[in-house]
Design a protein. Structure first.
Length: 82
């Protein structure tokens, strides 16, 4: 249970950090589309005035920066074996 919480917290922190790197609306929208998010959802989230942590939990970032994406980057889960 603690390891699951830590894994979620690390992934949330990474999503927030990656979102923070894109400074402009245009870059945010392009980054989301490149990650495979639908154009309409990418436009809505890129233009959102919500805070960083709210958007890190949003569907757009969860789809674009999914667990499989993090696994492909070499970040394994603390809970899964192998």
């Amino acid at each position: 249970m603690v390891l699951e919480y830590l894994t979620r917290a690390v992934r949330l922190r990474l999503r927030a950090g990656m979102w923070r790197q894109c400074k402009t609306l245009r870059l945010r929208r392009a980054a989301l589309i490149a990650l495979g998010v639908r154009q309409r959802l990418a436009s809505n989230r890129a233009a959102s005035d919500r805070g960083l942590w709210y958007l890190a939990r949003s569907q757009a970032l969860s789809v674009g920066l999914s667990n499989a994406c993090f696994r492909s980057l070499g970040l394994s889960s603390l809970v899964e074996r192998g």
